[in-house]
Design a binder for this molecule. Structure first.
Ligand SMILES: C[S@@+](CC[C@H](N)C(=O)[O-])C[C@H]1O[C@@H](n2cnc3c(N)ncnc32)[C@H](O)[C@@H]1O
Ligand SMILES: [Zn+2]
Length: 289
C-alpha cells in the first residue's frame, strides 16, 4: 500500500509539533487527527490535501504564481544552481557534523527544489522545513518533495518556537534578521545567498536600459549587525543554456516583471548560449548576548 503525500507530511509535522508556534497568539501547538494544528488558545489550521499547512493569518496574493514556480523548477532542476547548492550543502554539512538530529529551515523556499536537493545530501535524520508566503510554491513543494514540513507562512512572523533551528537558509529571498535570530539555536548558522551584479546579466542587458541601477545597499553590512563570525564566498560561473531553458528562465525571474510583450519576444528570439550566475553566499552564527 502506498502512503499518501498528505500522510507522510502529516507524520513529520506530528513528530515535530513541538517546533510550531501559533502565528496569531504565539502559543504552542499540537496536531489533532493528523489533519489540523491547534494552539492552546484554539486557533486551528487545516492541512491541505497534499499535506502542507497554511500558517499565514491573512491570505496574500503575490506575483509568484504557479507558472513562475513551474518555470523555476525546470530551470533549477537543470543544474543551473548546482555549484551554489553544493557550496551551501558543504557548509551546512560541516556545521551539522556530530549532531544527533538537526533542523534546517529554508525561509522563502519557493517551490522547494533547493531545500530538497540540500537535504538529500545531509544525514537522514535532518528535518527540513520550508516556508514561503506564496501558496503556489508551497503547494508544489508539498506534492513534489514529501517528508519535510511545508508551510505557507510569513518569514516576518515565522510560525516556529525560538531556538529550534541548527541552520537557516535564505536564498534569493527577503530576510527578517530578528526572526531568524529568534529561531536559531544558540550556535545556529544562517546562510544567505544574494545575487551580485553579474547575475543573469545577459537577460538584464535586454530588459534594463543601460545605466539603470539596482539596489546597491550592501547586504553584508546589515548581516554583520546581526550575526557573528561572518564570512562570504563569491561564486561566479557561466551556465550553458540549452535553448529549451530560455523561455522558463525568462518566466521564472522577477527581472522580467513589467516588461512589454515586445521585450519578452525580443528576449525569446535572442541566442543566449551561456548565462552568468553570480552570487555571494553570506554566512554567520547567531549572536548570543
Ligand atoms: C526570488 S524567489 C526565491 C525562491 C527560492 N528561494 C529560489 O531561490 O528559487 C523569492 C521568494 O520569497 C518569497 N517571499 C517574499 N516575501 C516573503 C515573506 N514575507 N515571507 C515568506 N516568503 C516570502 C516569495 O514568495 C518567493 O517565493
Ligand atoms: Zn493561537
Amino acid at each position: 500500500m502506498t502512503i499518501s503525500k498528505k500522510v507522510i507530511n502529516a507524520q513529520v509535522m506530528e513528530s515535530n509539533s513541538h517546533v510550531f508556534r501559533c502565528p496569531i497568539c504565539s502559543s504552542g501547538m499540537v496536531m489533532v487527527d493528523k489533519s489540523q494544528l491547534v494552539c492552546l488558545d484554539n486557533h486551528s489550521f487545516d492541512l491541505s490535501k497534499n499535506g502542507y499547512i497554511n500558517l499565514a493569518p491573512q491570505a496574500h496574493v503575490t506575483k509568484y504564481d504557479k507558472t513562475l514556480f513551474e518555470a523555476r523548477k525546470t530551470v533549477m532542476s537543470s543544474g543551473f544552481f548546482n555549484p551554489v547548492l553544493e557550496y551551501i550543502t558543504a557548509i551546512a554539512s560541516e556545521h551539522l557534523e556530530g549532531r544527533e538530529q538537526a533542523f534546517i529551515l529554508d525561509a522563502g523556499c519557493g517551490e522547494g527544489t533547493h531545500l530538497s536537493a540540500i537535504l538529500s545530501q545531509l544525514p537522514g535524520d535532518t528535518i527540513g522545513a520550508g516556508i514561503d508566503l506564496a501558496k503556489e510554491g508551497i503547494t508544489a513543494a508539498s506534492k513534489e518533495y514529501p517528508g519535510s514540513i511545508w508551510s505557507v507562512a510569513d518569514l516576518a512572523n515565522c510560525p516556529f518556537q525560538a531556538n529550534q533551528f541548527d541552520v537557516i537558509l535564505n536564498i534569493l529571498s527577503p530576510a527578517n534578521y530578528a526572526e531568524f535570530t529568534r529561531l536559531l539555536k544558540s550556535d545556529g548558522l544562517f546562510i544567505k545567498a544574494v545575487p551580485e551584479s553579474g547575475y543573469l546579466k545577459e537577460l538584464r542587458a535586454i530588459f534594463y536600459e543601460e545605466g539603470e541601477r539596482k539596489d546597491d545597499s550592501d547586504p553584508v553590512v546589515r548581516f554583520k549587525e546581526h550575526f557573528d563570525s561572518v564570512t562570504t564566498k563569491r561564486l561566479t560561473y557561466l551556465f550553458p543554456l540549452a535553448p529549451a531553458l530560455l523561455a522558463p528562465l525568462i518566466r521564472m525571474t522577477p527581472l522580467t516583471w513589467g516588461a512589454s510583450n515586445e521585450k519578452i519576444e525580443e528576449a525569446l528570439g535572442t541566442a543566449i548560449e551561456n548565462i552568468t550566475i553570480d552570487f555571494t553566499i553570506i554566512m554567520g552564527v547567531k549572536r548570543v548576548d
